[in-house]
Design a protein around this ligand. Sequence first.
Ligand code: SF4
Length: 332
Amino acid sequence: MDSLLERLRAAGAKPVHERRVLVNWLGGRALDARHSRGDAALPAPLAREIPAIAAELDLVASVDSVHPGDDASERLLVRLAGGRSIETVRLPSSSLCVSTQVGCAVGCAFCMTGREGLVRNLTSAEIVAQVVLARRRGPVKRVVFMGMGEPAHNLDSVLEAIDALVTWGGIGRKNLVISTVGDRRLFARLKDRAVKPAVALSLHTTNATRRRELLPRAPAVDPDELVAMAEEYALASGIPTQYQWTLLAGINDGDDELQGIERLLTGRYGVLNFIPWNRIEGVPYERPSIERMRFLSQWLHQRGILAKLRRSAGQDVDGACGQLRARKLVAT
Ligand code: SF4
């Protein structure tokens, strides 16, 4: 975002003009659109530069293809300058799932994105541009940083994007959700910030050995410590933690995990989201039966732990993150 601000200032923009242009961009409108009565008129040199700046911003990210789902979700394959592509998913209820990296270094055993490793970090403008592209197609009121990549590995850009979405994008901090596998540096940085977003922690298991197998290159932090860090941040931010749990039959749906969840999450300020795994060709996992998944949630409910069985939106358009892009890479 810094280079965009510099570009605007070089063209003569004062803070009021920056605000008008950026509020328009993040709103998915023409940069010089008249959005409200109080809009400051743009100085002539800036007004002359607007078409060139708009053309430059259009190159930051553009929609390559659109894949609608049956559940009102819509998966966008987004092309970045330089030819790389990422995925952005418009979800029902005006939510958007954005990517933060091309590829990912964590290498989760059940994820396509992790298979090729990290290619590069996205810039803050590339993250924000995903919201811009989505808003040209419909409203976006909530942004989850849950697409390709581990936000904690690209934290400077993610935090800059969050500040831009709050300042110019009109999105409240509680509607900005950083999804992470858990990282001490992430919680340390978030704790000191004025704008504290929500956090979704990808827990997946309460067993430290199993977690290392499922998330081989995640920071070596045991589930007990992860939950303790998340709890401290949830209390400081006033936003409950969303614990994410991809359900894999025979791997992390056993009674041992129920007991582990009861031990770790009883009395915590958070909610557990069970996400049934989406089948990926060539990956040997299965989702548990619907009866088992219901039993897991009910068992936890009876012990006072809020556990929700989520449907992963977009699963009929190759739901697990990275599948569209992987298919395109295979096809080209
Ligand atoms: S699930 Fe998320 S953290 Fe894990 S490899 Fe995929 S993108 Fe990375």
